[in-house]
Design a protein around this ligand. Structure first.
Ligand SMILES: [Fe+2]
Ligand SMILES: [Fe+2]
Length: 183
């Protein structure tokens, strides 16, 4: 498998979740009320899977190795756009998580911020994924030898192996903080 194989498979799961979020958005817009627990789930999915696991492999492995190559102006520009888009996704998800907390606290303005963020994210992800799948991933594979591609794939697998441990280490830290404070 090429190193873009796992990334493209991950795109399919992200699309699936984004479609669910889109439906929730339409329902909430009609009903005028929303479900903060669903937003927790969506924020966790985007942060842990779409950003840490998926964008993490794109940025820390594929883009890192591409940056060492003599990229065409077009490919360099697209890679910079993709990284800017990842940053925007992180900021928008943080805004969504903060607005969800505000909503729980009874802040009347939070609902419109939540709807705005969810709408922005469900519009953003399909476009971002399309740009990578159709215009970037396949052509940039030509910059690498077979050995380089194999090494990237292996590193991606290693990256994934570490994630479950990282994730639950963070959960335990958070639990300790909740129960024991800084002790
Ligand atoms: Fe990406
Ligand atoms: Fe991606």
């Amino acid at each position: 498998m090429m190193p873009i194989g796992p990334l493209m498979i991950e795109h399919r799961l992200i699309e699936k979740m984004i479609e669910v979020m889109r439906r929730q958005f339409l329902r909430w817009e009609t009903d005028g009320q929303l479900d903060p627990l669903f937003i927790d789930m969506a924020v966790d999915f985007i942060r842990t899977y779409a950003d840490r696991c998926h964008h993490g492999k794109e940025e820390d492995i594929l883009f890192r190795d591409l940056a060492k190559k003599g990229l065409s102006d077009e490919h360099r520009k697209t890679m910079e756009e993709l990284m800017d888009e990842h940053r925007w996704g992180r900021e928008t998800t943080a805004r969504l998580a903060n607005a969800n907390e505000a909503y729980r606290d009874g802040n009347g303005k939070a609902m419109s911020i939540i709807l705005e963020c969810v709408k922005a994210l469900v519009d953003f992800y399909p476009k971002h994924i399309k740009k990578e799948d159709r215009h970037f991933f396949i052509p940039v594979m030509d910059y690498f030898s077979k050995e380089e591609k194999d090494a990237m794939l292996e590193e991606e697998n290693e990256f994934d192996r570490g994630l479950i441990h990282e994730r639950y280490k963070a959960v335990v830290e958070k639990a300790r903080e909740m129960v024991m404070g800084g002790a």
